[in-house]
Design a protein around this ligand. Structure first.
Ligand SMILES: [Cu+2]
Length: 70
């Protein structure tokens, strides 16, 4: 079932960071879409909760080099 998770992420400074994180998130099995707003570091991820836990999304964000604030 599709679920949506919201994160505030620090460390993105330009469009390159946004596309890097978007591609990393959308490459995770179970993630269907990642919407990222650079201003404020707002990240919204649509994912299948039967496949993936939100903690795995947090790990992906941190592994890509950014900090999850909340
Ligand atoms: Cu950048």
């Amino acid at each position: 079932m599709n679920d949506t998770a919201h994160f505030i992420v620090e460390g993105m400074s330009c469009g390159g960071c946004v596309s890097k994180l978007k591609s990393a998130l959308e490459a995770v099995p179970g993630v269907s879409e990642a919407d990222i707003v650079l201003d404020g570091g707002k990240v919204t991820v649509t994912y299948d909760s039967a496949v993936l836990k939100p903690a795995a999304i947090t790990d992906t964000i941190e592994d890509t080099g950014f900090d999850v604030v909340s």
